[in-house]
Design a protein around this ligand. Structure first.
Ligand SMILES: NC(=O)C1=CN([C@@H]2O[C@H](COP(=O)(O)OP(=O)(O)OC[C@H]3O[C@@H](n4cnc5c(N)ncnc54)[C@H](OP(=O)(O)O)[C@@H]3O)[C@@H](O)[C@H]2O)C=CC1
Ligand SMILES: O=C(O)[C@@H]1CCC=N1
Length: 266
């Protein structure tokens, strides 16, 4: 396991990873180094977590056995420019950027660089992340296992062929946003029926959590689990009919495909 981790870019995803790592005690907080172009953003996260702010990207690269690049795709090239020279040949560069291929990353850093492309998601912050892990040819199996261990410490992580990363982005990378919209809509429906709003969010979120756990823990087909809820002539099948009439499944599939297509085009 890496003894030191650096995080370049402490925005939404960088924060989620650091908070997940610290909560999981996967690595000592004072062995997690942070750099953000706007230092106050790194300072704020350091205050919350005990991680350590460094002054420059060069220092970040020098100190980190695993360096997580958590900046926007369009600035990845310039951000890598600043760490490339000081990154140890033994260190592993981990990019979480949408749409930036292993090939492109190696073009920016050099052909010898050990690079792993990871597609995480923000529920990392609460220990329920989902991440794909795609190493390049310079990364050993043991190093890949180290990256999986890091991302598994705050959720699930699976080694995945890079060609699946667009699908991963559309599903689990962007997916939390669709689920929040679903939760909000569920709650709005209940509010329409007179339920207080805060109570509606609790009922909606716990329903999504419980249903997700049923899929993961029973291993049963989601359609069979749905059938268990639909009593013949009952309330649920009435609701299911309206969802089908509204194109719920197609809308959801199209959302996953739209995000995947965007990931390809970035
Ligand atoms: N958000 C998500 O759910 C997911 C995001 N990702 C990927 O993670 C990456 C980051 O996304 P996200 O966290 O949402 O974006 P954010 O904009 O929230 O975070 C990026 C952070 O990087 C800072 N920054 C900008 N330039 C530099 C630089 N040169 N060096 C260091 N820090 C810099 C930004 O500062 P400032 O804002 O002050 O400019 C900002 O705080 C993206 O590549 C995205 O594709 C992947 C999976 C999920
Ligand atoms: O919206 C984005 O581009 C990033 C990548 C996956 C989730 N958020």
């Amino acid at each position: 396991m890496f003894q030191t981790i650096g995080v370049c870019g402490t925005g939404n995803m960088g924060r989620a990873i650091v908070k997940g790592l610290v909560a999981a005690k996967a690595i000592a907080a004072d062995h997690i180094y942070l750099y953000n172009i706007h230092r106050e953003k790194a300072e704020a996260l350091a205050q919350e977590t005990g991680a350590v702010v460094v002054d420059t990207p060069e220092e970040l690269a020098r100190r980190s056995q695993g360096l997580i690049m958590a900046v926007k795709p369009n600035i990845m090239e310039s951000a890598l420019e600043t760490v490339r020279e000081t990154l140890s040949t033994k260190s592993v560069l981990i990019s979480i950027a949408a749409g930036v291929s292993l090939e492109k990353l190696a073009f920016y850093t050099g052909p010898e660089t050990k690079i792993v492309r990871v597609m995480p998601n923000t529920p990392a912050m609460v220990g329920e992340g989902m991440a794909s892990v795609s190493p390049n040819i310079n990364v050993s199996e043991a190093e890949t296992a180290d990256v999986v261990a890091i991302f598994s410490s705050f959720g699930k992580a699976v080694v995945t062929d890079e060609k699946l990363i667009d699908a991963v982005c559309g599903l689990s990378g962007s997916g939390p946003a669709y689920v929040y919209m679903f939760i909000e809509a569920l709650a709005d429906g209940a509010v329409r029926e007179g339920m207080p709003r805060q109570m509606a969010y609790t009922f909606a979120a716990q329903t999504v959590l419980g249903a997700a756990k049923m899929v993961l823990e029973t291993g049963r087909h989601p359609g069979a689990l749905k059938d268990d809820v639909c009593s013949p002539g009952g309330t649920t099948i009435e609701a299911v009919k309206t969802l089908e009439e509204s194109g719920f499944r197609a809308a959801t599939m199209n959302a996953v495909i739209a995000s995947a297509e965007k990931n390809k085009s970035l």
